[in-house]
Design a protein around this ligand. Structure first.
Ligand code: 13P
Length: 253
């Protein structure tokens, strides 16, 4: 089954207390999620346990980490492993966000190792891809984003690629208030699904959730999520506001 997913990415925002208040606000809205829907909160590492407690065992609510190291364990001061994330009861991890690619020099090759270690520890990767403005303006966005998937995911066997959630986040739409149009999102999502289908077959491609990220808000989520190949969103700024993120969860189809 292909899930429709509203994923909050808090990035490096909110204090512990602010995070607790925000989660309480959203969970108190008691938004019931049918089995094909999920709400996920990607919170900073020190808040994972607290966030896990806040969602309790509410059906189809989950917690994600925002990153993990690519190796199992060892002398890597300040790093957090996939095994550690799993050991606190967390089920998802964002891998390859454009901010990590840009500011922490994460390459496609490194990200393929992160995907592997996450899967080895039964974490579901939310794998991010997306092009910069110059790439879009040069008309090469399709081959660029397909290349990101091929380089970091296509070594996986079919039963493992089905465990990945893909998030398409055009860099020019992140934090800029400028969303891709719902047609631009649909075009890229359909293209990426066709690239996956070519490698793994249509039935596999049809099971993979592809989220859109980039200035999603309560007011545009219904329109963007209504596109047939858009299976929800990965949300930064608007996920820091309870009313906004609740509206985004409610916009899932
Ligand atoms: P914004 O929703 O703030 O544009 O951020 C998108 C994003 O990067 C989510 O991972």
């Amino acid at each position: 089954m292909r899930h429709q997913i509203a994923a909050a990415n808090w990035k490096m925002n909110l204090t512990y207390k602010q995070g607790k208040i925000l989660l309480d606000e959203i969970m108190n809205k008691q938004i019931a999620l049918e089995p094909h829907k999920k709400a996920i909160f990607a919170v900073p590492f020190p808040y994972l346990r607290m966030a896990k407690k806040k969602i309790k065992d509410r059906e189809n609510y989950s917690i994600a980490a925002q990153n993990c190291h690519h190796l199992k364990s060892g002398a890597y001061t300040g790093e957090v492993s996939a095994e550690m994330i799993k050991s606190v009861g967390v089920g998802f991890v964002i891998i390859g966000h454009s901010e990590r690619r840009q500011y922490f020099n994460e390459t496609d090759a490194l990200l393929s190792e992160k995907v592997n270690i996450a899967i080895d520890h039964h974490l579901t990767p939310i794998f991010c891809c997306g092009e910069s403005l110059p790439i879009r303006e040069s008309g090469k966005e399709n081959e660029f984003v397909a290349g990101q998937l091929k380089n970091s995911l296509f070594h996986l066997p079919a039963e493992q690629i089905q465990k990945i959630v893909v998030a398409y986040e055009p860099i020019w739409a992140i934090g800029t208030g400028k969303t891709a149009s719902s047609q631009q999102a649909q075009d890229m999502h359909a293209w990426l699904r066709s690239v996956i289908a070519k490698q793994y077959g249509q039935p596999v491609a049809d099971t993979i959730s592809i989220l859109y990220g980039g200035s999603v808000k309560g007011s545009n989520a219904v329109e963007i999520f209504s596109q047939p190949d858009v299976d929800g969103g990965l949300v930064g700024g608007a996920s820091l506001n309870g009313e906004e993120f609740a509206a985004i969860i409610r916009a899932l189809k």
